[in-house]
Design a protein around this ligand. Structure first.
Ligand code: HQG
Length: 179
């Protein structure tokens, strides 16, 4: 499949599995899973296309698993705005994590910290290259913030790591952020 087509299907899958399942007539279970067959029917794509998107995804956005009932299901690894319980266990973060964002947000972030907004968590990157790519999604000037994750964790804040390597926190108070 052509790259542009893969991205297009990946975006439709992300929208359905993270934000708006009802729009294509599917329902996610409490942990965010939906039978693969239902998603294929709802999106009008074939299995080979779905496999290519799941396997070739630059960020491993999706997970496929067979349940105890033998039914194969798919979910998004992170990024949801609909209520799902991913069942992530708290994990010890590296000493430093990074967050790429638009330069225009800096003053507000320094005043109130990083907030999760419409998502379930604040998303943090393990390296500056990833943070740069995240920040660049917004266009315009970007800043890479350093998060003192080790210090923040020792102060009692929980961190989680999604299956695709994104670090997650409920918030990052301003004292743990360096511009
Ligand atoms: C900003 C993509 C002002 C925050 C990426 C960000 C990531 C504040 C925006 C994942 C603020 C939220 C998440 C404050 C936070 N004042 N602005 N106090 N606190 N912000 O898209 O982290 O392709 O919800 O800096 O790769 O940019 O979807 O979060 O700019 O991993 O898989 O509010 O989305 O992954 O934007 O990106 P987002 P994000 P996927």
């Amino acid at each position: 499949m052509e790259y542009a087509q893969l991205v297009k299907i990946s975006k439709r899958m992300s929208k359905a599995l993270r934000h708006d399942p009802a729009r294509i007539g599917i329902t996610l279970d409490a942990a965010g899973w939906v039978p693969v067959a239902e998603l294929l029917a709802a999106l009008g794509i074939d299995r080979a296309a779905l496999d290519e998107v799941v396997a070739g995804n630059d960020k491993q956005r999706f997970a496929v698993a067979v349940g105890e009932d033998g039914v194969e299901r798919i979910r998004a690894n992170q990024g949801h705005s609909v209520p799902v319980e991913l069942g992530l266990e708290p994990a010890d973060p590296p000493e430093l994590l990074f967050h790429g964002t638009s330069a225009g947000s800096l003053a507000s972030i320094q005043a109130t910290g990083l907030n999760k907004g419409g998502r379930h968590h604040v998303h943090l990157s393990p390296d500056t290259g990833t943070a740069r790519r995240v920040g660049a999604r917004r266009g315009g000037a970007i800043v890479i913030l350093t998060v003192l994750a080790g210090e923040m964790s020792r102060a009692g804040h929980a961190f989680y790591r999604s299956d695709n390597g994104v670090w997650l926190a409920d918030e990052v108070p301003p004292q743990f952020i360096r511009a």
